[in-house]
Design a binder for this molecule. Structure first.
Ligand SMILES: Nc1nc2c(ncn2[C@@H]2O[C@H](COP(=O)(O)OP(=O)(O)OP(=O)(O)O)[C@@H](O)[C@H]2O)c(=O)[nH]1
Ligand SMILES: [Mg+2]
Length: 183
């Protein structure tokens, strides 16, 4: 009865669930970030083959987060996960300058994807705990984020290992999903 009541309450008073797809090149830190958010712990990850999915709750919003494998061959199936996603989280390894052009190509593909029309985009500039990491501003320029006109977007510097910046990113997502027109 309690469960029925709470789900009715949630439906009436705004708790909502959103499907989020989390993409990025291999080694960016997606799986580390997912489990840091879902479990509050840093897990020892290995390269993802396929996907992981976890529920993350933040400020009365539930996110069903799909963490997709980022290796070259696996990127081709990212689009099969896009249906029904209201947000995309792009995780960037801020140490990985050499693969920014590859990342830009993947970003262009996802921004142009019809299945993601109307989805908001959160870019996590991850691994900020490492000396020499690119800043969020550098990544914004390299990926030409200001050119994205059809999606609300935000970039957030973070570290999946220390947890820095992660909740600021979720705060933005929560706000953006409630007020899509104003992002
Ligand atoms: N220093 C540091 N290392 C990190 C951070 N996030 C992830 N890593 C490390 O980066 C490596 C790759 O992390 P994963 O989470 O497996 O990367 P992934 O994006 O899921 O990779 P794929 O599954 O192959 O797409 C691991 O050794 C992590 O411990 C971070 O914020 N700082
Ligand atoms: Mg992974």
């Amino acid at each position: 009865m309690g469960l029925v009541f709470s789900s009715l309450w949630n439906r009436l008073f705004g708790a909502s669930e959103h499907k989020i797809v989390m993409v990025g090149l291999d080694n960016a830190g997606k799986t580390t970030l997912l489990y840091r958010l879902a479990l509050g712990e840093v897990i020892e990850s290995s390269p993802t083959v396929g996907s992981n999915v976890e529920e993350v709750a933040h400020r009365n919003v539930r996110f069903q987060v799909w963490d997709l494998g980022g290796q070259d061959k696996l990127r081709k199936v990212w689009a099969t996960y896009y249906v029904g996603a209201t947000a995309v989280v792009l995780v960037v390894d801020s140490m990985d300058r050499t693969r920014l052009p590859t990342l830009k190509q993947e970003l262009d593909a996802l921004v142009g994807s019809e299945a993601l029309a109307g989805a908001v985009l959160l870019v996590f500039a991850n691994k900020q705990d490492l000396a020499g990491a690119m800043t969020a501003v550098e990544i914004t320029e390299s990926l030409q984020l200001h050119g994205i006109k059809d999606h609300g977007w935000q970039i957030q510097a973070c570290s999946a290992t220390t947890g820095e910046g992660l909740y600021e990113g979720l705060d933005w997502l929560t706000h953006a999903l409630k007020n899509p027109a104003r992002t």
